[in-house]
Design a protein around this ligand. Structure first.
Ligand SMILES: CC(C)(COP(=O)(O)OP(=O)(O)OC[C@H]1O[C@@H](n2cnc3c(N)ncnc32)[C@H](O)[C@@H]1OP(=O)(O)O)[C@@H](O)C(=O)NCCC(=O)NCCS
Length: 256
């Protein structure tokens, strides 16, 4: 559902169309949060959003019937306008980066990684549901979004006994910037090298397509993932990232 809102007495009209909200030169992508239709996901594009723009986004989303709004992962400078508009921190994330000029660890032969067609993608979503909390879980649309977020993408799975997906990784690249978008291994089959193989396979692909720096983020305290990324040559970026949230009624929903 899209709509238009025209705050009175201002030179710019705020326009919402096709999942994009624009006001002057500012722009943000907006849509339903994948696992909860009452929650809007707001992702600013381009320069950090001003407090005025964020307020206008809130009124558009409120008119569209959303009860709550959550942002994408924002750096400290990108957070400012949101914090001034009344957002609070929903979750702190650790940003890790890897310089790709150095060597990569050798790629182990086991386990074998494979491409994933539609059937394996459905199985992959079951692994995702088992590894991530309800809020962060991917559905079909979220998976598509993760794959379309970058100019190039690399989705690989590992199969267990019986040929079912037990682990998957999505990496992406835009120009020389690389990203590990998603990585998950079936809980009962972790700590056997599946995550390492999937991550390394993705890093070799990222290097082959010209990524010079690879970034990944994960929740503070996610020790298995942090341990794996640091072991594979990622280092913590001081800036960190946060996902912010705000209620669209009187209620404020910041979690911490
Ligand atoms: C992170 C994850 C993908 C790792 O997969 P995995 O198959 O268990 O990884 P590996 O067996 O290759 O482990 C490699 C290294 O990661 C670290 N690691 C993995 N599990 C760990 C744990 N429970 N505690 C601490 N370190 C851990 C260790 O350094 C480990 O090496 P070691 O076993 O020689 O000590 C898996 O734990 C997972 O799916 N977690 C939930 C989803 C998630 O958080 N994904 C990442 C964020 S996008």
């Amino acid at each position: 559902m899209n709509g238009f809102a025209q705050p009175s007495g201002h030179k710019h009209r705020v326009a919402s169309s096709g999942g994009v909200i624009r006001w002057g030169k500012e722009c943000a992508r907006a849509g339903s949060w994948r696992t909860d239709g009452s929650v809007a996901l707001l992702v600013p594009t381009g320069a950090p959003a001003s407090v005025e723009f964020v307020r206008r986004c809130l009124s558009v989303l409120s008119e569209q019937g959303f009860q709550r709004v959550i942002t994408g992962a924002l750096s400290p400078s990108e957070q400012l306008g949101f914090l001034q508009a009344g957002f609070g921190v929903y979750e702190h994330l650790v940003l890790l980066v890897r310089d790709m000029s150095g060597p990569l660890p050798a790629l182990p032969a086991w386990p074998r990684v494979r491409r994933a067609g539609p059937f394996r993608r459905r199985q992959l979503l079951a692994v995702d549901a088992a590894t991530f909390s309800t809020f962060w879980r991917l559905d079909q649309a979220g998976l598509r979004e993760a794959l379309e977020a970058t100019e190039r993408r690399h989705l690989r799975v590992v199969l267990g006994e019986g040929g079912t997906v037990i682990g998957y990784a999505i990496c992406g690249a835009s120009g020389s910037r690389g990203f590990v978008q998603r990585l998950g291994v079936e809980p009962g089959l972790q700590r056997r090298g599946v995550g390492s193989k999937l991550l390394l396979d993705g890093l070799y692909w990222l290097r082959a397509v010209g990524a010079t720096r690879v970034a990944v983020n994960t929740q503070v305290g996610n020790e298995p993932a942090l341990g794996l990324y640091r072991r594979m040559g990622f280092t913590d970026d001081d800036a960190g990232l946060s996902v912010l949230s705000a209620g669209l009624g009187a209620r404020q929903v910041a979690r911490s």
